[in-house]
Design a protein around this ligand. Structure first.
Ligand code: ADP
Ligand code: MG
Length: 413
């Protein structure tokens, strides 16, 4: 079935065709009809399978056509997401698909002044995409009323219902009308969170696609055993061997992100970083540059692990392994999106072996090992342009000339 054959408005069909969306993806095929019927939905589908449009299309359609609805009455739909970048991205998808409709979408998130956000809210909007913290603040201050909300979406639902967010989410849900439609979307979910999710929805339609292997089939992923101190040489090599490709590398901490950027700069590789310790203005700027491909290497913490859809990221590197096993799935899922193929490589140091084991238990399978033989390992370090390591070359040179001198002496004898 094609979108053309759907009972959705022509305005939406027009934008879908402009976006090149001809046929629904599996999750869209399964989720759109029950959402249009007003049912609650709990949907699990792999990374990059089009979950955003799976909720955006029916929501836009419903909001466009429900009668007796005035914008001044208040916000009709709230979409909650874990990060600011994801809020911007999802707003963009709503705007693109809803361009020819009268539905207005806006997003609020922390780290920027709230004044301009408040001014915009006063104009009246239909769909609000938000990170929980800022939404909570604006609701508490009375700038946002939630009593007209008809649809609530939690994207990256398992993460939203996890420890860091659950408190804000609960308080916000308490302010929503009981009579509403609730939609949860994610690529991963565990049993505890699933129970919690069920307690928040009403007779939901459950949709789960490819639950056996949570990693998208479009991602060719493997692991390399590398000592902690040698990781930068291997990243350098990957970058230099894939100069025209966009690479997203994940590290464990903000400090490490900055260190890796510096290490790359020392060997002539331009890299940007994104993490929670940066000003929002910088974060937005970095995303823009990386999206455009002005800079090909982005070093990120887990703030960018979820949901972010950047075109043409061919390569994901787990420079450090993620501490939460499900984040492995989300990180490698930043490549191989839609019909694209991608490659992901994880660097595992001896001290990270236990984390790797946990990830493999989570995936219920072993990750393919990329063997690096000793010679190749040494060659990667030698190949580095890092000036500090010139001593290796110097020693080699010294050894060679010493060897030659010895040979000459022997000859003389
Ligand atoms: P998910 O949330 O499942 O990880 P996204 O919603 O971010 O995935 O979508 C992944 C990519 O697939 C996006 O670049 C999006 O534009 C594209 N996409 C979504 N639906 C379709 C479709 N029906 N046809 C073609 N491309 C699509
Ligand atoms: Mg998504």
């Amino acid at each position: 079935m094609k979108f053309e054959d759907y009972r959705i408005s022509d305005e939406i069909k027009k934008s879908l065709s402009k976006l090149g969306f001809i046929k629904p993806t599996d999750i869209q095929y399964k989720a759109i009809p029950p959402i249009l019927k007003g049912e609650d939905v709990l949907a699990i589908a792999q990374t990059g399978t089009g979950k955003t449009a799976a909720f955006a299309i029916p929501i836009l359609d419903m909001l466009q056509f429900r009668k007796n609805r005035k914008r001044e009455d208040g916000i009709k739909c709230v979409v909650m997401v874990p990060t600011r970048e994801l809020a911007l991205q999802i707003t963009e998808v709503f705007e693109q698909i809803g361009r020819h409709t009268r539905v207005k979408t806006f997003c609020v998130f922390g780290g920027v002044e709230q004044g301009p956000q408040i001014a915009k809210l006063e104009d009246g909007i239909d769909i609000l995409v938000a990170t929980p913290g800022r939404l909570f603040d604006l609701v508490s201050q009375g700038y946002i009323q939630l009593h007209r909300v008809e649809v609530l979406v939690l994207d990256e639902a398992d993460h939203m219902l996890d420890l860091g967010f659950i408190h804000d989410i609960r308080q916000l849900i308490a302010k929503l009308p009981r009579q509403r439609q609730t939609l949860f979307f994610s690529a991963t979910i565990n049993e505890t969170i699933k129970d919690l999710a069920y307690s928040l929805v009403n007779k939901p339609v459950r949709i789960q696609i490819s639950p056996k292997d949570p990693v998208s089939k479009n991602v060719d992923h493997s692991v390399m055993y590398i000592d902690m101190d040698d990781k930068r040489f291997f990243l350098e090599r990957i970058v230099k061997e894939h100069l025209d490709q966009k690479i997203l590398a994940f590290v464990r901490t903000q400090v490490r992100a900055e260190r890796v950027v510096k290490a790359m700069e020392r060997v002539g590789i331009q890299a940007l970083s994104i993490h929670g310790g940066k000003e929002q203005k910088d974060r937005t700027d970095v995303m823009r540059k990386f999206k455009k491909g002005e800079v090909k290497l982005l070093i990120a913490t887990d703030v960018s692990a979820r949901g972010i859809d950047i075109p043409n990221v061919e390569y994901v590197v787990n420079y450090d392994l993620p501490e939460q096993p499900e984040n492995y799935v989300h990180r490698v899922g930043r490549t191989g999106r839609g019909t694209e193929k991608g490659v992901a490589v994880s660097f595992c140091s001896p001290e990270e072996k236990s984390i790797l084991d946990e990830i493999q238990t989570y995936l219920t399978k072993d990750i393919k090992v990329l063997e690096v033989d000793k010679e190749d390992y040494e060659a990667t370090i030698d190949f580095s342009a890092d000036a500090k390591y010139d001593w290796r070359a110097l020693i080699k040179e010294a050894e060679e000339s010493e060897g030659m001198a010895r040979k000459k002496k022997k000859k003389k004898k």
